[in-house]
Write a protein that binds this ligand. Sequence first.
Ligand SMILES: N[C@@H](CCC(=O)N[C@@H](CS)C(=O)NCC(=O)O)C(=O)O
Length: 221
Amino acid sequence: MEDKAKVILLGSPFSMFMMRVKIALAEKGIKYEYMEEDLTNKSPLLQEMNPIHQKIPVLIHHGRPICESLIIVEYIDMVWQNNAPLLPSDPYHRAQARFWADFVDQKVYHSSKRVWTSKGEEREVAKKDFLESLKQLEEFLGEKPYFGGDIFGFVDVALIPFYCWFYTYETFGIFKVEEECPKLISWAKRCMQKKSVSETLADEKELYESVLEYKKKFILD
Ligand SMILES: N[C@@H](CCC(=O)N[C@@H](CS)C(=O)NCC(=O)O)C(=O)O
């Protein structure tokens, strides 16, 4: 077990990117200090540790910052190799896992954000793109229990935080993911049986309320 002072996570409560890091740390059993950022008034520490993007999450290990959630998860997997491996050791399967985690960022994240930030025709297109990306993931999942096969792995960590956002997307977009992607919902429920996931994911209703607040504050309607 690492000395607590050596691992610090800068985060914000409803960030799916931050949740990835929390899940990876929990899977590995790493103790750390969590420091919450106010993203409307970023701390000098965040500005110093992530001067390029000034975004959370940032993992600070031995005083050195690691930025970008997927890079952080990979770093955690490399540094704490002894338990709960997240990336496959086989180079081909490793490349595949990285491809699908990147797909989550490129396709799932961007379309899902447009579902709650846009309106009218644009929202309809976002909804279609979002569900299409989930169906492609569902196809890749196939009959496996996890994207990592028999074990919960890198792609599972990358995607599962979006599950607590589904209620928000569904409420704004008036649709049900389960009707379109039942196997994906079964996968999500399976992941929720893991303590690392259930103790990390935000409450979906609280998250929705915070999105409503955010939209009111920044006049997004
Ligand atoms: N690609 C980044 C995305 C991180 C990100 O977008 N973080 C948001 C919170 S969810 C943030 O810090 N936003 C503050 C800002 O954009 O100024 C990652 O995977 O870590």
